[in-house]
Ligand binder design. Structure first.
Ligand SMILES: [Ca+2]
Ligand SMILES: [Ca+2]
Length: 150
């Protein structure tokens, strides 16, 4: 009986270890779908935010459905304001792309946005406590979300 119990315990220990192997987001990053996400509260301009993400082997977060959008919002501390996600139309006005190169297949623009034309080529989420997106000048200072593949 004791041997059986030990075997059972070993099984549990190993199955947990295996589970950890599959869920391998770095410490401090949160898993959602097949990616790991982290919010950085330091306020920087969009280019700096993207570079900071790249230095951590990630990009500014792209968003591909409503659930991901809501997940990002869940990572925000209560007092946070507008934060960078990875969409920009700096190369060609009106042609939005993601810094991670994934398809631009989902949008959650706030009503009346994007409205900045050639002077607003980057995107923040949570502009005045709102889950929707706003185009804004890339030189704005904001916190940011990084995302990387599992
Ligand atoms: Ca623009
Ligand atoms: Ca705007």
């Amino acid at each position: 009986m004791a041997i059986l119990r030990t075997l059972l315990l070993l099984c549990i220990v190993f199955s947990n270890a295996e589970g950890n192997l599959f869920e391998k987001c770095p410490y401090g990053w949160k898993n959602f779908g097949v990616r790991c996400f982290k919010f950085f509260p330091q306020t920087v301009n969009m280019i700096t935010a993207e570079r900071n993400c790249q230095s951590l082997d990630s990009n500014l977060a792209s968003v591909h459905n409503k659930m991901e959008n809501e997940f990002l919002m869940s990572l925000l501390p209560p007092s946070s304001t507008h934060s960078w996600i990875g969409a920009y139309d700096a190369i060609q006005e009106g042609q939005w792309v993601w810094t991670d190169g994934t398809p631009y297949d989902y949008t959650y623009w706030c009503s009346g946005e994007p409205n900045g034309g050639g002077s607003e080529n980057c995107v923040v989420i949570n502009f005045i406590s709102n889950v929707c997106w706003v185009d804004i000048t890339c030189a704005t200072s904001a916190g940011y979300f990084c995302a990387k593949d599992l």
